[in-house]
Write a protein that binds this ligand. Structure first.
Ligand code: FES
Length: 340
């Protein structure tokens, strides 16, 4: 099983989660590393490896002194760059006493962390997500823990033919099968597909969220994009005779915890002319239930992979085109890092 690349921006938390802890710490396991996040007095966010340089003890079990972090075991104290600035039992800290500091960027609802080669973060910024911050868009979100590898999640969301078996209530009435992918676009580092659906009346969830007349028929355009290993974006546009009348974006921040566990930061964003006032509550409930079923299947797939004592070759079908491309991109990123 392909693991995951480290040279990547991953979502570490949402701004709301950091706001909730206030002056306290937020501890997370990201890419097989324990990281502690805290907000500094100038409003920026610091991220340090959640291990004291003195002994294997989490800094998040200590306390804050302004922008300093004091270890709860023997009191070694660190600044936001990870440098040890005080050891209570001696005059000066030993040279080289420091913990790793990670680059952090806040953008929209997400707090991104760079887990890769130090300095590599300057080469590329976190992916842009303009629909998550303004321009008529509204969003709701949640965080989920999934006992499955990051790649399984990308593959799952790049092949939505599973909706007929798993989420039949999401399918517009009268559509018996999803048309084939119209286009699969690939760059060196990303892949996306486009699919158009024939005109059909609204499914109950579409009518409830969009506020559109459920007696009318509409077209739909669906896209799915593997943006980076840490981000998957899916758009779903309901179109009338004059163009889009309701737009929905499902954003998944996929953050590896370990090769067999992934944190999912899900955001559902929408905009439209006749949006119902409780669209947020409706969509949050619908996509939460979908995520429950997705997670159950993904964890089962991971279990089956773990049980396969000898690796098996599973067949691909046409609908897997985008997923197969994503697997190749991810595999080559991991192999590049291993070869360095
Ligand atoms: S373990 Fe942190 S100061 Fe000793």
């Amino acid at each position: 099983m392909t693991s995951y690349p480290k040279d990547c921006w991953y979502v570490a938390a949402t701004r709301d989660e950091l706001d909730e802890v206030g002056n306290d710490f937020l501890a997370r396991r990201i890419a097989d590393c324990s990281v502690v996040f805290f907000r500094l007095s100038d409003g920026s966010v610091a991220a340090l490896e959640d291990r004291c340089a003195h002994r294997p003890y989490p800094l998040s079990a200590g306390h804050r002194e302004g922008d300093l972090v004091v270890c709860g075991y023997h009191g070694c104290t660190y600044d936001a760059t990870g440098r040890c600035v005080r050891v209570p039992s001696q005059d000066t800290p030993p040279s080289g006493a420091l913990v790793r500091a990670f680059p952090v960027v806040e953008r929209g609802p997400f707090v991104w962390v760079w887990t890769g080669t130090p300095g590599g973060s300057r080469l590329r910024p976190p992916p842009a997500t303009p629909w998550l911050h303004g321009d008529g868009w509204s969003s709701v979100g949640e965080r989920r823990e999934v006992a499955a590898n990051l790649l399984l999640l990308h593959e799952h969301y790049l092949d939505l033919t599973n909706v007929f078996a798993m989420h039949p209530e999401m399918v517009p009435p009268g559509i018996e099968a999803l048309p084939p992918l119209e286009e699969v676009e690939v760059s060196e580092v990303s892949v996306s597909y486009v699919r158009e659906l024939p005109k059909a009346p609204l499914a109950p969830w579409e009518a409830a969220a969009s506020g559109l007349d459920s007696a009318e028929s509409f077209g739909r355009r669906e896209t799915g994009t593997f943006v980076t290993p840490g981000l998957h974006q899916q758009t779903y546009t309901i179109t009338g005779s004059d163009g889009p009348v309701f737009e929905l974006v499902r954003t998944h921040g996929f953050t590896p915890v370990s090769p067999r566990a992934t944190t999912v930061f899900l955001q559902i964003s929408w905009r439209g002319d006749a949006v119902s006032p409780d669209a947020g509550a409706q969509l949050a409930a619908v996509f939460h239930e979908m995520a429950d079923r997705d997670i159950a299947v993904l964890e089962t797939v991971q279990r089956c992979l773990d049980e396969d004592s000898t690796p098996r070759r599973y067949v691909n079908v046409k609908a897997d085109r985008a997923a197969v491309r994503a697997r190749r991109i991810l595999t080559s990123m991991v192999e590049d890092e291993r070869g360095r």
